[in-house]
Design a protein around this ligand. Structure first.
Ligand code: SAM
Ligand code: SF4
Length: 442
């Protein structure tokens, strides 16, 4: 058995690509190993990179520096640099890290078996073509979890002016309902208790496919599969959320009451510069409609602080939007210019690091306030929790899981209930989680 270690940076798309690579490598006789500490601990080292912000890109290069030194000691060690940075930077990575054997972009992942064989024979290869290679029939080696991620769309057509995704992941492509249903069935048969349909903009699923199937159609079909399990989907684009989709969440008992709808900014003027196709008011109306139709729904979001040219007043509109729309939780980041994107060319409008950091801090403070307000609502309620981990903390054994609306709950209990649905009474809360008391194992 050859040994492989994969380090995955970035989003769920990358994590899913890693599951695909590990599935392929298993068929090629590789066994996954824990993080190596010396050159003899693995035969193949893979870094799956993220380029959403400069920080993530820098991390990839700093990480593989050690691997380069190991390769001097053990030349037969193979190193793969793949993912979004590989797609974007291609051949130039060899100049910065000459010891890399394979540079593989996101579009070439379905050619991975062939590429691995070539480097095993001593070739140095760069594969970062612009056209995605057709999907093969490989099984994913899914991460141990209660949730299985099921990709429904790849790429993105939105071209938000700050975002590198359309350049690293290409144009939007939808996978057919047949392959999606097959993946879901396999995951359920393997014991997963939850499936999350994944894409950059899942609401636009189906464009270009025969019969124009929709996300609502996928959800209704999967909802009819046998067994007790949960269904989630992410990420939603505000103005692409249809009434049919909202009604589907209401109608389908397995589809959970959680929607991730990034707003990015609370200022209509900034949204326009970001090329987001909605105003502050439209976002608010969508959120209001969803809350009216779906009881207990949690709505989470993403925000960027310090977009080029953002005034302090415009930034304050983001804080008030978070508060006004009662967003349950938000991912936050300060703006990072990305090569090739439109906003990266507006250098004279860039804000200083100090201003961006200050705004990010204020954004995070508002986010905490929102989370506390959101969590308080559930104290005293009984909620269904799917347990996904079991740990000991200060001598107390804790089962941790999520409610249907994606709230984290800590339940003290001596036995490991991982993979089980339970009912918990919510007895307290912290900023990022609820405290529960076990009532029933379902
Ligand atoms: N498709 C999703 C959407 O419509 O928002 C999100 C995809 S992106 C991988 C995840 C988040 O990264 C975005 O929502 C955005 O807030 C953040 N992001 C993207 N580009 C960024 C940049 N240049 N600087 C800071 N944050 C960025
Ligand atoms: Fe990036 Fe915008 Fe596409 Fe999301 S919708 S991936 S932010 S371009």
């Amino acid at each position: 058995m050859k040994r492989v270690y994969v380090e995955t940076l970035g989003c769920q798309m990358n994590k899913t690509d890693t599951e695909k690579m590990l599935g392929i490598l298993e068929t090629l006789g590789y066994q996954e190993v824990e993080e190596p500490h010396n050159p003899n601990d693995a035969d193949l080292l893979i870094i799956n990179t993220c380029s959403i912000r400069q920080l993530s890109e820098d991390k990839a290069f700093s990480r593989i520096g050690t691997w380069g030194k190991w390769k001097k000691e053990r030349p037969e060690l193979k190193i793969v640099f793949c993912g979004c940075v590989a797609q974007q930077k291609g051949e130039s990575i060899f100049k910065r890290a000459h010891y890399v054997d394979l540079i593989m972009g996101t579009h070439d992942i379905n050619n991975f078996p062939e590429l691995i064989k070539r480097i095993e024979q001593g070739e140095k290869v760069c594969a970062n073509g612009e056209t995605p290679i057709a999907e093969g029939d490989y099984k994913l080696k899914r991460a141990k979890s209660t949730n299985a991620w099921i990709t429904i769309t790849e790429g993105c057509n939105n071209f938000c002016t700050y975002c590198i995704v359309p350049y690293t992941r290409g144009r939007e492509r939808s996978r057919t309902p047949e392959v999606i249903f097959k993946d879901v069935k396999e995951a359920l048969e393997a014991g997963y208790k939850e499936v999350t349909l994944l894409g950059q903009n899942v609401d636009s699923y189906g464009k270009g496919l025969d019969g124009n199937p929709t996300l609502a159609y996928l959800l209704r079909e999967i909802n009819s599969f046998e067994g007790k399990f949960r269904i989630r989907f992410t990420t939603s684009y505000p103005t692409d959320i249809t009434d049919e989709l909202i009604q589907t969440v209401v109608d389908c008992e397995k589809v959970c009451e959680w929607m991730h709808i990034p707003m990015q900014s609370g200022s209509t003027a900034v949204l326009k510069k970001m090329n987001r196709r909605y105003t502050r008011e439209q976002y608010g109306e969508i959120v209001k409609k969803i809350r009216e139709k779906i009881p207990d729904v949690a709505i989470t979001s993403d925000f960027i602080a310090g977009f080029p040219g953002e005034t302090n007043e415009q930034f304050e509109e983001t804080l008030t939007a978070m508060e006004e729309f009662k967003l349950d939780y938000s991912n936050t980041a300060s703006y990072s210019p990305r090569e090739k994107t439109v906003a990266a060319k507006w250098e004279d409008l860039f804000l200083s690091e100090e201003v961006k950091e200050d705004r990010l801090k204020r954004l995070n403070d508002q986010n905490k306030e929102n989370c506390v307000a959101s969590n308080k609502k559930y104290i005293g309620r009984e909620m269904e929790v799917l347990v996904d981990s079991f740990d000991e903390h200060k001598g107390i054994k804790i089962n941790t899981g999520r409610t249907r609306n994606n709230k984290i709950v800590h339940i003290p209990y001596n036995d490991d209930l991982t993979g089980k649905f339970v009912t918990a009474k919510i007895t307290g809360m912290k900023t990022w989680y609820l405290k529960g008391e076990l009532k029933e194992i379902l």
